[in-house]
Design a binder for this molecule. Structure first.
Ligand code: PRP
Length: 208
């Protein structure tokens, strides 16, 4: 049996489609259910449905063998796992964003940065030698500069429509090429190689 930690939300449908294309029966994931553990293939596959940021936690701990997580989450979590394949979906950038008329805001002595990516923000601004105040939020990050809670945000930008709808712009791109990745537990990668390697090969073929 291979156990997957799959992200709920934005990447859910595409993840299921991709796995289905390479022979993993994911029909069960389309069911309207509150169950968080689902199985298919007569017990060959098991799926945990988790918050995107929690995928690396399940995979590092080994309760899931494989997972699908955004590179943004992997950077933020810094977990001990193997990143085995770029799934080339959900492409976005991690950006500093704020009001267009206040581009000089980044030189503020005491910059207030709202973000879901607290560890990444610490690292990014430390490398720039800037001391900042981090305002940790869990969602609707764009609301922070709009309401005056923060000067800027560090967040992912995909289509840019959330920024635009709220009168904000990208001030700086910090990481580009953020896509979903297949990740593997380090032990499972060895002990379940017979099941995992063909699956990776199948995914590679589908992605070409
Ligand atoms: C993410 C991110 C931005 C938005 C960017 O939030 O935090 O708010 O998507 O996407 P866009 O550039 O296509 O508009 P998400 O939709 O995951 O929800 P959240 O606000 O609950 O974090």
């Amino acid at each position: 049996m291979i156990t997957f930690a799959l992200p709920k939300g934005r990447l859910a449908e595409k993840s299921a489609e991709l796995l289905q294309k390479c022979g993993v029966d994911t029909a069960v994931l389309a069911e309207d259910t509150r169950k968080l553990v689902l199985e298919s293939g007569g017990g060959q596959y098991r799926f945990f449905l988790v918050k995107p940021a929690d995928v690396p936690v399940y995979v590092e701990a080994g309760v899931a063998d494989l997972g699908i997580a955004g590179k943004d989450t992997l950077i933020e979590e810094g977990r001990e796992l193997y990143e085995v394949l770029d799934l080339k979906m959900g492409a976005c950038s991690l950006c500093i964003a704020g009001y267009p008329a206040r581009k000089d805001v980044l030189t503020n002595a005491h910059l207030r940065v709202a973000t879901k990516y607290v560890n990444t923000a610490k690292q990014v601004f430390a490398e720039r030698g800037e001391e900042i105040e981090i305002i940790p939020l869990h969602g609707s990050i764009e609301l922070a500069p709009v309401t005056g809670l923060a000067d800027v945000i560090l967040d992912v930008v995909q289509t840019g429509s959330t920024l635009k709808a709220n009168g904000l712009v990208v001030l700086e791109e910090v990481f580009t090429g953020i896509t979903a990745r297949l990740v593997a537990n380090k032990v499972s990668f060895k002990t379940k190689a017979a099941e995992i390697l063909p699956l990776i090969a199948g995914l590679r073929e589908v992605l070409v």
